[in-house]
Write a protein that binds this ligand. Structure first.
Ligand code: HEC
Ligand code: HEC
Ligand code: HEC
Ligand code: HEC
Length: 347
């Protein structure tokens, strides 16, 4: 009699345990195999391109035919139901929240209208509706330079390619308005052929050049922040660079800190406006998200904008990048708790 036979004879239930364990293991192996096959079929199905995406294709709907998950999640930016203590995606009239801003910005467009921003879906609607721009005097001139549209639409790279960059910055807003119609989208961040992340706005490339850096050498992880740095930055319009143009420029030559940027502006004797009451020359930081991020602990540890604002998501067995860019506080489980173990309240 073998040792095993002896064992099962003494304890007959042990044979049953062994048998049932085997059944359970085989069952789960089968489940795993079927799920792998399913995912493979799905991946093959997803990767069949349905639409031909041309260079500078500004319509998100066209890209969406080939990449439905990213496209559908992108439309999450249309949601306006989340409000956090300071941010969120509801439009908040900041002049009403704090009327002192009207006096602080006297003589500057922001004293007429300043809203807490919302999702990318609204970029065109909101620039068309803002009271800051006023009404055009004639269709050709003004009220604002076309440069204001640089961070609003994937029609911008298309127009810059057609007209030339300096010519784009020379136009008036009303003149190009009919051409800038698609809200921020795929062509702002992706190459149409490879789908690789790409920088489409020249101001970022030029700022890197002036800092002695070659942006084409940026790592994949850096690109996951640089696509956002095309727009979420401090900027000004250089009126001296090209005759007649309001040339979009990032004031980074001395560094990303408030002091470094102030020094940059002081050296140029540049100010955003002269205060209507005090006559003081004034600067107003716009939205230096990239600069602030760069000086923080997360950037030091190599965490990118996309890590928090575009976490991975799973749907029907497919893992993809959630294109619903929003306040991470509306999605703490995926945005923060993949790296941090603290409870949301503690974090
Ligand atoms: C082409 C310019 C552009 C690019 C590129 C861009 N943004 Fe934006 N973003 C905007 C504008 C403009 C708004 C404000 C839209 C509005 O209020 O109508 C905005 C709004 C937002 C908001 C606020 C949304 C809300 O719900 O309140 C977040 C968050 C955001 N962007 C994150 C990002 C991240 C992260 C990236 C990079 C992955 C990025 N953006 C890339 C221009 C851009
Ligand atoms: C503001 C920049 C931005 C915009 C706009 C944008 N994407 Fe992305 N996209 C990203 C980032 C960042 C990633 C992650 C890339 C990586 O890490 O390799 C990504 C990844 C992807 C991928 C690779 C698969 C995946 O899900 O990770 C696809 C496909 C894609 N995006 C499609 C789209 C489509 C379609 C649109 C338009 C509806 C779009 N993207 C708009 C930044 C953007
Ligand atoms: C460590 C995670 C993290 C990283 C990395 C990060 N952010 Fe944020 N971001 C947040 C949080 C948290 C908020 C605050 C949201 C709130 O108060 O509702 C926020 C707010 C914002 C907002 C305002 C959102 C709103 O609802 O109005 C924008 C725009 C934004 N971030 C852009 C960026 C950009 C661009 C980068 C990269 C340069 C970046 N963020 C990197 C976590 C992050
Ligand atoms: C990709 C990983 C990653 C993600 C996503 C992430 N963090 Fe972090 N976080 C880190 C790392 C790494 C550090 C640095 C830890 C250290 O060096 O001690 C850090 C540090 C912090 C700190 C401490 C800051 C300090 O000055 O010491 C806080 C608070 C924090 N994170 C909050 C958040 C919140 C809130 C979110 C979501 C909006 C978030 N983090 C998303 C990786 C991440």
């Amino acid at each position: 009699m073998s040792a095993k036979q002896k064992l099962t004879e003494k304890r007959p239930w042990l044979a049953w345990v062994l048998f049932l364990t085997t059944v359970v293991v085989v069952f789960f192996l089968g489940l795993l195999a079927s799920s792998i096959v399913e995912r493979r079929t799905e991946a093959a199905y997803v990767n069949v391109p349905k639409a031909e995406i041309g260079k500078f294709e500004p319509r998100n709907e066209v890209w969406g035919q080939n990449y439905p998950r990213e496209f559908q999640s992108y439309y999450g930016t249309a949601d306006t139901s989340f409000q956090s203590k300071y941010n969120g995606n509801t439009m908040i009239d900041m002049l009403e929240v704090d009327p002192r801003l009207v006096v602080l910005w006297a003589g500057y467009g922001f004293s007429k209208d300043y809203n807490q921003g919302r999702g990318h879906f609204y970029s065109i609607t909101d620039i068309q509706n803002t009271l800051r721009t006023g009404a055009p005097k004639t269709p050709k001139e003004g009220p604002m330079p076309a440069t204001c549209m640089t961070c609003k639409s994937p029609d911008v790279p298309r127009l810059m390619n057609e007209k030339g960059v300096a010519a784009f910055y020379t136009g008036a807003w009303a003149e190009l308005g009919a051409e800038v119609v698609n809200p921020i989208g795929c062509a702002d961040c992706h190459d149409n052929e490879t789908m690789n992340l790409t920088v489409t706005r020249p101001a970022l490339v030029e700022a890197f050049e002036r800092m002695g850096k070659d942006i084409t050498k940026a790592s994949h992880q850096e690109m996951r922040s640089l696509v956002c740095a095309q727009c979420h930055v401090e900027y000004y319009f250089d009126k001296k660079k090209v005759d007649g143009a309001q040339y979009l420029t990032f004031p980074w030559d001395n560094g990303f800190s408030v002091e470094a940027m102030e020094e940059y502006y002081d050296n140029l004797e540049f100010s955003d406006w002269t205060h209507a009451l005090s006559k003081a020359p004034m600067l107003k930081a716009q939205h230096p998200g990239y600069e602030i991020h760069s000086t923080g602990i997360h950037a030091q540890r190599g965490v990118s904008c996309a890590d928090c604002h575009m976490p991975y998501k799973s749907e029907g067995g497919q893992k993809f990048t959630d294109h619903h860019m929003q306040s991470p506080l509306n999605n703490i489980a995926n945005s923060c708790q993949v790296c941090h173990r603290e409870e949301a309240g503690t974090l």
